[in-house]
Design a protein around this ligand. Structure first.
Ligand code: SF4
Length: 209
């Protein structure tokens, strides 16, 4: 696989926030979100075998792995990796930008999908793969990264139409007014979870944390 970095930290996003996790960041992304905070993942990375990744995960002794990017779904070996992790009793969260088909991952045990819906400020909203939404399960996450009022109204429209069981997460772009976003959610009585990025609260924007 082409990999940017592997590191041990606390999960900073989604329902598993705060859980000790090994992060595997894959190389390359097919999107270019305007506010992307991991542009260093756009490069080719370095080649790593699945066996060496599994060894590194065991070294960190975590029961959770986060396969993130870049875009992990670009690499066909990602499915093999998450199956092998499940065989070892490890729960994996796969974070995807939401433009590629999640179907190959649905049959993998112990797997949580975290799928983005790209809002207008990202510049990528035309790349949303809407067919993914109806495939998400109770344990999965549909995440909206929100920079401004226009993004909020876009996300609100999608949420009000969504009838599936996935957890809906609104996450403010780091550095924007999270309190204002919270006020909008409360005023509109939206059943979403407003979540900050805990790793940035703890360590700022340092890569590999
Ligand atoms: S999908 Fe993720 S990694 Fe890719 S450009 Fe957007 S924020 Fe960055």
């Amino acid at each position: 696989m082409r990999i940017i970095e592997v590191f041990h930290s606390l999960q900073g996003e989604g329902p598993l926030t705060g859980v000790r996790t090994t992060f595997i960041r894959t190389a390359r992304c097919n999107l270019r979100c305007a506010w992307c905070d991991t542009q260093y993942s756009f490069g080719p990375g370095r080649s790593r075998s699945i066996a060496s990744l599994l060894t590194e995960v065991s070294r960190h002794k975590t029961r959770h792995v986060c396969l993130t990017g870049g875009e992990p779904l670009l690499q066909s070996e990602s499915v093999t990796l998450v199956r092998r992790l499940a065989d070892r009793g490890i729960t994996t969260v796969v974070e995807t930008g939401g433009s590629l088909d999640v179907s190959p991952y649905l049959g993998v045990p112990r797997l949580v999908l975290s799928v983005d819906v790209k809002c207008p400020s990202s510049g990528m909203e035309r790349r949303n793969r809407w067919a993914n939404l109806s495939r998400l399960r109770f344990r999965d996450v549909l995440k909206f990264v929100i920079a401004d009022r226009k993004d909020y109204l876009y996300a609100r429209r999608v949420v009000r139409r969504y009838r599936g069981p996935a957890t809906l997460v609104f996450q403010p772009v780091w550095g924007t007014d999270a309190g204002r976003l919270a006020d909008w959610v409360l005023r509109d009585r939206l059943d979403v979870r407003l979540m900050l990025q805990e790793h940035k609260v703890l360590w700022g924007e340092a890569p590999g944390r």
